[in-house]
Design a binder for this molecule. Structure first.
Ligand SMILES: Cc1cc2nc3c(=O)[nH]c(=O)nc-3n(C[C@H](O)[C@H](O)[C@H](O)COP(=O)(O)OP(=O)(O)OC[C@H]3O[C@@H](n4cnc5c(N)ncnc54)[C@H](O)[C@@H]3O)c2cc1C
Length: 441
């Protein structure tokens, strides 16, 4: 489905003369890979590059908590796959992958349906010579009773938007009834911690439009089963972030193991309870449940595809997996955007020779460039690869927050290219003069 390509039935068998690479998932890793290989192999007609995604637009996942809070709302932050495919010489097909037929080298895509449930595209097969799976991850409820029924997730754009709608309505009700709004978030990793701060920022910005009336009290409780939040960061960052959140009014509870959820709150292992109108689950990581339907491919208990350091499945060397949905046997890395991007760059460098000449893909090694966390524009911290911590306080916190934003801009420039990346930055800046800084509609 490429605006520049002639119409072609996606279920037709592969053309023997042109190797077919299918990338499933256009997230942080998948879209970077499709864009690079499209420019390199698709443009010259050496190979057919196809991207498949269950949605129609790419979103930089580390920003989802901002969409959930409503502090991000710019259309520039969503990159539609079709024009990206057209500009970068790859095909895009919408659809959720539901099965892999390794014998016939074909992927099954579920029907695409309109909002009213009517079928727009039927079930389809897409043939491949090599497939790269990059379908990301979801929070892991670990089978805890009541979580799926009573909690909200912010694992993709649709869920983040849906949370934002409920958040705005709950704020409106709290404002009208002069009642506090209670929100409880499970998981003190980057997602939960950043969301807690961003919700306070959203209320602070929304209060500017409250006709001078006192905004409602926002009670956010952050529940973490471990002994500290942000466990991937040094202890001093965890302690400073806890202090910052508490100063904002967030209740941070460590050693709080959630054993269940119901329509009004969470139950804890120590017998306690946390009541909340909105309950968010942001703990744990697992691959999308669909990987369990991938037949004989070996998976971890969290559904990630087990791969060699070359990112090839341990069962099938035509099958690669990268980003959050992969697990490197013997040398696992934490599921982060940094690792996902590096893996995409590695495959962009080595897949052409594998596709065109059968040259083996060398092992990928992680180059730790440090990590950054930002509590909205209140504060931020980072670590360099050697473990040195930076950030904290107004001035140094600014350096970390700018660093966090720079990572997003770097990604935008990579996907858009330098000119459109620059224009998108400028229009983002202009947008701030035109629209409120928080979503109100
Ligand atoms: C709120 C939040 C904040 C974060 N902050 C940070 C941070 O500060 N730093 C950091 O390094 N990491 C952060 N992360 C983690 C980071 O976002 C992920 O590690 C990264 O996005 C993984 O990239 P990926 O390409 O593997 O998957 P994703 O970017 O999640 O992309 C997966 C893609 O696959 C598609 N897909 C899923 N299932 C299917 C299917 N069955 N068929 C077809 N398509 C499918 C999805 O639509 C999506 O486009 C954060 C995550 C969240 C949720």
């Amino acid at each position: 489905m490429n605006q520049t390509a002639s119409p072609r039935d996606p279920s037709s068998p592969p053309q023997l003369h042109k190797p077919r690479l299918v990338i499933v998932g256009g997230g942080v890793a998948g879209l970077a890979l499709a864009t690079r290989l499209g420019d390199q192999l698709g443009r010259t007609g050496q190979a057919a590059i196809t991207l498949v995604d269950k949605s129609f637009a790419h979103v930089w996942k580390p920003m989802l908590h901002c969409f959930a809070a409503g502090t991000a709302q710019n259309e520039n932050d969503r990159i539609p796959f079709l024009p990206q495919a057209s500009r970068h010489h790859f095909e895009f097909w919408p659809g959720e992958i539901t099965a892999i037929d390794r014998e016939n080298r074909a992927l099954t895509l579920a029907p695409v349906r309109a909002a009213d449930g009517s079928e727009v595209l039927g079930e389809r097969m897409v043939h491949y010579d090599i497939v790269v799976l990059a379908i990301g991850s979801r929070a892991n409820d670990f089978g805890t009773p009541g979580i799926l029924e009573h909690c909200l997730f912010i694992d993709n754009f649709v869920e983040a938007n849906s949370f934002n709608e409920k958040f705005r309505m709950a704020l409106l009700r709290a404002f009208a009834d002069h009642e506090p709004l209670n929100i409880a978030i499970v998981g003190g990793g980057a997602t939960g911690t950043q969301l807690a701060a961003e919700l306070h920022k959203a209320l602070e910005l929304a209060a500017l439009y409250s006709f001078g009336q006192t905004p409602p009290t926002l009670n956010v409780t952050l529940l973490e089963a471990g002994t500290r939040i942000l466990p991937a960061f040094p202890e001093e960052v965890s302690a400073a972030a806890t202090k910052e959140l508490e100063a904002l009014g967030v209740t941070v509870r460590m050693n709080a193991m959630v054993t269940g959820a119901d329509a009004t709150g969470y139950t804890l292992r120590d017998g306690g309870r946390v009541d909340a109108e909105l309950r968010v689950w942001a703990a744990g990581v697992r691959a999308p449940a669909v990987t369990e339907r991938f037949g004989a491919l070996k998976l971890t208990r969290s559904g990630q595809v087990e791969v060699h350091p070359s990112l090839q499945s341990i069962d099938d060397d035509r099958f690669f997996a990268m980003g959050d949905c992969s697990f490197i046997v013997g040398n696992p890395v934490a599921p982060t955007a940094q690792a996902a991007r590096q893996q995409a760059h590695h495959l962009a460098r080595h897949l052409p020779a594998r596709l065109l000449a059968g040259t083996p893909v060398p092992d990928w090694t992680f180059r730790n460039k440090g990590a950054i966390v930002a509590l909205s524009d209140y504060n931020g911290w980072g670590t360099f690869s050697g473990g040195t911590v930076f950030g904290g306080g107004w001035f140094r916190g600014l350096s970390a927050r700018v660093g966090h934003l720079a990572l997003y801009r770097q990604h935008q420039f990579e996907i858009y290219g330098p000119w459109r990346g620059l224009l998108s930055m400028i229009t983002d800046g202009l947008d701030r003069f035109i629209r409120p800084a928080v979503r109100l509609d």
